[in-house]
Design a protein around this ligand. Structure first.
Ligand code: ADP
Ligand code: 5GP
Length: 189
């Protein structure tokens, strides 16, 4: 069966960290769906690796062409979307697709794919810790940081709609829990 593994959470909860880890330990079974976005690359990010970085016009054209499986305006004026080409390529390799998407995009994927999808909500131990991690990451300018923090409580209200919730407190424990969740899901017929 073609499978999907969805990680959603407020910004700063640890999705990127967890997804990178899973990809490194389960490379033969999983591959990452590289989304498209209109935000600027962060230092160290490469076009085609973390994201396909598009300008707004190109993104809008792709929407019109039906290139997206789902897309959302996650932050004001900033669009993110899952490309069909990514998902099909990964399934053709016989692997499960891993997504790092916002809470709404994650639920849309789960609704569309049902039992083919495992939807994991990664929760920070508290909003204070989330703020601390996000601030320390130092990737956003002040107003973007505030926007992300302001959205966190709203996003946290979606957790009950996910298949499972993992609290990302101690990273090694989070890694172990997620590895087990994902390998059990992949092993299921
Ligand atoms: P997201 O992709 O959900 O926005 P990141 O994976 O970028 O989140 O994590 C946000 C920051 O918190 C990063 O700097 C990361 O190194 C750090 N981090 C992630 N998980 C933990 C953890 N369990 N304990 C401490 N710091 C963490
Ligand atoms: P960041 O800018 O920190 O990389 O991501 C911001 C938010 O956008 C995160 O919640 C991330 O999961 C989400 N995101 C990334 N790609 C997609 C996508 O393809 N679709 C949706 N709906 N959200 C995405």
């Amino acid at each position: 069966m073609e499978k999907l593994i969805i990680f959603s959470a407020p910004s700063g909860s640890g999705k990127t960290t967890v997804v990178k880890h899973l990809l490194s330990v389960m490379q033969d079974k999983l591959a990452f769906s590289v989304s498209a976005t209109t935000r600027n690359p962060r230092p160290g990010e490469e076009n085609g690796r973390e994201y396909h970085f598009l300008d707004l016009n190109d993104f809008r054209n792709k929407i019109k062409e039906g290139a997206f499986l789902e897309h959302e305006e996650v932050y004001a004026g900033i669009l993110y979307g899952t490309l069909w080409t990514e998902v099909r390529k990964i399934w053709a390799e016989g692997k499960a697709v891993v997504f790092d998407v916002d809470v709404k995009g994650g639920l849309n994927l789960k609704r569309e794919f049902g039992d083919q999808a495992l939807a994991v909500f990664l929760r920070p131990p508290s909003v204070d810790i989330l703020m601390e991690r996000l601030t320390k990451r130092s990737t956003e300018v002040e107003h973007q940081l505030q926007e992300r923090i302001a959205k966190a409580n709203y996003e946290l209200s979606f957790e009950s709609q996910y298949d499972t919730v993992v609290v990302n407190d101690k990273l090694d424990e989070t890694f172990a829990t997620c590895e087990k969740l994902v390998s059990d899901f992949i092993a299921k017929p």
